[in-house]
Design a protein around this ligand. Sequence first.
Ligand code: AMP
Ligand code: MG
Length: 293
Amino acid sequence: MKKNDKLAKPYRVEDGKKFKLSDFDPADTAHWHSKKHAEKALQQGVERTADLQAKLYAQDNWSILLIFQAMDAAGKDGAISHVMSGVNPQGCQVYSFKVPTDIELQHDYLWRTTCSLPERGHIGIFNRSYYEEVLVVRVHPEALQKEKTPPSLVDKKIWDERFEDIRGFERHMARNGTVIRKFFLNLSKKEQKRRFLARLDEPEKNWKFSAADIHERKYWDDYQDAYEDMIRNTATKEAPWYVVPADNKWFTRLVVSTVLVDTLESLKLSFPKVEDAKRKELEEAKEVLVSKE
Ligand code: AMP
Ligand code: MG
């Protein structure tokens, strides 16, 4: 566990004041040199997660919320399916947040994600989240106009206000037993181009291609600025960001899986203890079953 904790630590940001995205290398793989080299560790992470999740579910006190944000083609979907591959689907919920619907726009921007927060004992995954509200909405001001916030409440302070409210919301969740871990999959512009070309060239990847993705790529620098400012303002001890190198998918998965295992380990989970009265009841039940046909 110690070894694993070291693996994720360089990517954890829990105080954003001095955070600079340029300090983080998207191609970093620490001391791991290949997918093959990491295979066993990846498999162990999946098995350990399954084991700990069973206890999380049985104990029914804590919830885990994993938030994923990234540029297109950074590997969010793959990381999510890998990390959850061994988990009992009953204790896990995944939500993907798209362009807000009319009904969602009738509410404040935290409404739709709040409705989808994980129950106690569950692991919830947000594939995109309320953080889009300081990313795509910041990069494209017309998205902000579509939100029906009273115009007198929308001015330059809005981003700082959103950061403050998100910090407050996450603090509230943490104080009530939801453990939040946030992942920014840090992809390089060069690797994004390579993956887009693969989506165009390989028939089985064609379905993933969207012309809108090429359009968003034009705003790359604006997005990087928005991500940097977001992490600076919302990385906290109770809800840290992990800036996960994303140019090698296997390494992204290894880091995310390690964070999840470390997080579950830190909760010191165990199956609920059976009280004496309950134990007596179990023994009596067994006696009845054994003695009768
Ligand atoms: P995908 O995840 O590739 O299916 O794309 C979902 C799209 O929805 C992305 O382009 C997001 O930027 C967009 N999106 C998600 N949340 C919001 C939001 N709150 N406001 C505007 N666009 C959003
Ligand atoms: Mg997409």
